[in-house]
Design a protein around this ligand. Structure first.
Ligand SMILES: Cc1ncc(CNC=O)c(N)n1
Length: 236
């Protein structure tokens, strides 16, 4: 890890807010996937799996990803305007490409499990998250703030699902594909690129902007925890 990364602003914030960060990246929901802590009686297993797939197959995450696309596109727009370093644009573009692949994956999974993705009831925590994303799309929101949000949103999933793939995991085989989608080394590489860009911008940000970016980071963690809570409590 090069020196900027080690002592970068983001690593400082992760350390400072480790409890909330761990709450988002080691949520009981994620631990229950990694430990496969499901009652192996077939009915409960199936039910548990249905609850678990609920996050994806009641379409909550599908709705999130559909809302996340315009947000990521707004970051791409800001990146193309930010003269600093146009390699930022390529990083964001690669993220958008994986999003389009993700949407097709959701559709095929929904078809496989025979779950309609249209007129899904949007859960409260999902509505909050989508409204938050919309607030970040306003032109006035600073580049360092939106990149901090983009890095945090992607990293929570990467950290969470890569944990489910670590040695000694007991992740149910049916869920390995979903875990690999976000837990893969490639996605980890993408998150590290986002972190580099965010750190570069945050190093130069005035205090006011730095504070806004930190608050945005914490808000993403809270919203991710609420999102896991929603699925942990099952589709309501
Ligand atoms: C709630 C939530 N947070 C982050 C991600 C990962 N980013 C885009 O796919 C996701 N799919 N859903």
């Amino acid at each position: 890890m090069d020196p900027v990364e080690k002592n970068g602003v983001i690593d400082r914030w992760v350390k400072k807010h480790l409890v909330l960060y761990t709450g988002a990246t080691r949520h009981p929901f994620i631990l229950s996937i990694r430990d496969g802590t499901i009652d192996f009686s077939s009915f409960k297993r199936w039910l548990w799996l249905a609850v678990l797939m609920g996050i994806w197959l009641t379409g909550q995450d599908y709705i999130f990803v559909r809302e996340f696309v315009p947000f990521a596109a707004s970051v791409l727009l800001k990146a193309s305007k930010n003269s600093d370093d146009n390699s930022d644009t390529e990083v964001v573009l690669s993220g958008l490409a994986s999003l389009s692949d993700e949407i097709s994956w959701f559709k095929q999974e929904a078809a496989k499990w025979d779950v309609p993705l249209s007129d899904v009831i949007v859960h409260k925590s999902n509505q909050n998250y989508c409204r938050f994303l919309e607030s970040l799309m306003l032109p006035a929101v600073e580049y360092s703030v939106v990149f901090t949000a983009l890095w945090a949103i992607e990293t929570v999933y990467q950290e969470s699902f890569s944990h489910c793939l670590e040695d000694g995991n007991k992740t149910p085989p049916e869920l390995l594909e979903a875990c690999q989608r976000w837990g893969s080394e490639g996605f980890g590489e993408f998150c590290r690129s986002l972190k580099k860009i965010a750190n570069r911008c945050l190093e130069k940000a005035p205090d006011e902007e730095l504070k806004k970016a930190e608050v945005t980071f914490l808000r993403v963690l809270e919203l991710e925890i609420e999102f896991w809570d929603m699925s942990h409590g099952g589709p309501k």
